[in-house]
Design a binder for this molecule. Sequence first.
Ligand code: UTP
Length: 234
Amino acid sequence: MKTVVISLGGSILIPELEKNRIKAYLAVLKKLAAKHRIFVVVGGGGAARDYIDVARDLGIDEGTADEIGILVTRLNATLLIAALGEAAYPKVAESHSEAKKFAEAKKIVVMGGITPGQTTDAVAAVLAERVRADLFVNVTSVDGIYDRDPNRYTGARRYDTLTPAELLDIVGKGGLGAGSHNVLDIIAARIVERSHIPLVVVDGRRPANLADVLLAGKGTCSVVSDTKDTILPL
Ligand code: UTP
C-alpha cells in the first residue's frame, strides 16, 4: 500500500457547477483507495474564479479574495465528501495536521485550501511531505508539463520526465495573483524539489485516465523526479 496525495484541480472536478465531473471521479477515487492510502486536495474551479473576479471589481484586496477562494475550495471539498459517502472521512480537513489525524480512520481524506497567497497545489505538496507520501499527483487540464504554455505557443515541447530543477525553471516564469493559472504553483514546485517526492502530472479531462496512469502505467503523463527509479505503475 502506497500513500498518494492528489491535487484535483477545481477546473477538472467542477469547472462549472452544472458541468462537473464528480460522478465520474467517485469510481476512480474508490478504485485507488481500495489499494492505496488516498488524500485529495480539491481546487476552486470556475466558482472560485467568479467570486474572485467579483471581489476585484468591488476593490477588495487580493488577500481577502484568496480567503474567498479558500471558502469555495472547501465548499467543493464538502460536495466531494458527501458524494463519496462511506468511502470518505466525513469532514473537510482544515489543516495538514487535521488531515493526518483524519487518515487514522483509513478512509479517503479530502481538504481544500488553507492559507492566502498560494493555491491548492501548494496545500497538496506540503501534505505530501507531512504524510510522507510515496507520490504526489497533480490532476489538471493539460496532458503533462510543457516547456511553454501549449495553449499559447505552437511548438511547445512536452516532457515525459523532468527534474525538479527543470520544473522550477518552467513554473518560475508564471505569475501568482488570486485565481491565477499555471500547471503547478511555484510554492508547490519548490516543495517538490525539497521533498524529493516524485510528482506525476496527469490529464484529468478523462477521469479514467488517473486510474490508468497510476494503477496500470498506461496513458500520457509527465513524471518529475530526481532519480531514475521506476515510479509507475504504483
Ligand atoms: P485553486 O487551488 O483552485 O487555484 O484555488 P487555481 O490555480 O485556480 O486552480 P484550478 O483552476 O482550480 O485547478 C482557488 C483560489 O483560492 C485561493 C487562491 O486565490 C486560488 O487562486 N487559495 C486557494 C488560497 O489563497 N490559498 C489556498 O491554500 C488555496
